[in-house]
Design a protein around this ligand. Structure first.
Ligand code: FPP
Length: 259
């Protein structure tokens, strides 16, 4: 796609109706590499370029939260060499990107079982999270050793423990308190979730948080997903009507009332 069309995608975006939070399932690194006769790791390396491109693209137009599914709890089952290579890549990337994050006023955040990561990764991650904690332009959240069912199970256990200890009543176990016990308690729910590589699944990612999220699927492999593709997805989102269970008429009435 030419740069010309990327400018036109961007120009068509209504900045007053941007999704506040975009979540992405980055998929297809391995297939993209294989299609070129290269090793899967080559795909992951190029996946990092797409991470940079999409982070900049989001910050540039004013998206406040970007959450990337970088490593699921299930990904630990991949061949050891691939897991090690991914961990090394993550370590190098975190160290390399700190300057860019600071320069662009971006806060790095993480959700998932960070304690499962190799000690060096965990240390580097926590350092960069601390160093960027005051940044306000955008929060970039990496889901690492993340699984949504695990997150929900932990929330249920914490609430059960509090109930048993008499700290909360049954009535206080509600949608709000469950949300408050998730790793994402400080982040709004995503309005838009993107999955690349032609797969049409949520794969244990933000299951609770995505209850009303618009889903966008593209055939592009993650290393091919650039700023133009991001803006195209946002435009697609803006052309949809979000009804939250209501009728079109009710939504139109709400719009008339607020204008
Ligand atoms: C999915 O492609 C991608 C991953 C499991 C890892 C994503 C990791 C990166 C983009 C690099 C590191 C990330 C950061 C944030 C520095 P796949 O391997 O499942 O591809 P396939 O479905 O074609 O096999």
């Amino acid at each position: 796609m030419s740069t010309g069309s990327s400018i036109s995608y961007k120009e068509k975006i209504d900045l007053s109706r941007l999704p506040q939070h975009i979540a992405i399932i980055m998929d297809g690194n391995g297939r993209w590499a294989k299609a070129q006769g290269k090793h899967r790791i080559f795909g992951h390396k190029n996946g990092v370029k797409a991470v940079r491109e999409v982070s900049e693209g989001c910050a540039e137009i004013g998206v406040k939260h970007l959450t990337l599914y970088a490593f699921s709890t299930e990904n630990w089952n991949r061949p050891k060499t691939e897991v090690n290579a991914l961990m090394e890549l993550l370590f190098l990337t975190i160290g390399r990107e700190i300057k860019t994050l600071q320069k662009n006023n971006i806060r790095l955040n993480a959700i998932g079982h960070i304690e499962d990561l190799p000690a060096a990764n965990k240390k580097a991650l926590l350092e960069v999270m601390k160093a960027t904690s005051k940044n306000t332009r955008m929060t970039l959240t990496l889901a690492l050793s993340y699984g949504s069912r695990e997150e929900l199970t932990e929330a249920a256990i914490k609430l059960a423990v509090d109930y048993k200890a008499g700290k909360i009543s049954l009535k206080e176990i509600n949608e709000q308190s469950i949300s408050n016990h998730l790793y994402t308690k400080d982040i709004p729910d995503p309005e838009l979730m993107i999955r690349t590589s032609g797969e049409h699944r949520i794969s244990n990612f933000l299951l609770w948080q995505a209850a009303y999220t618009e889903l966008y699927f593209t055939e592009k492999f993650w290393p091919e997903f650039d700023r133009q593709e991001l803006y195209k997805a946002i435009l697609d989102y803006q052309q949809r009507e979000r009804r939250f269970g209501k009728t079109s008429e009710q939504i139109n009435q709400q719009i008339t009332n607020t204008n």
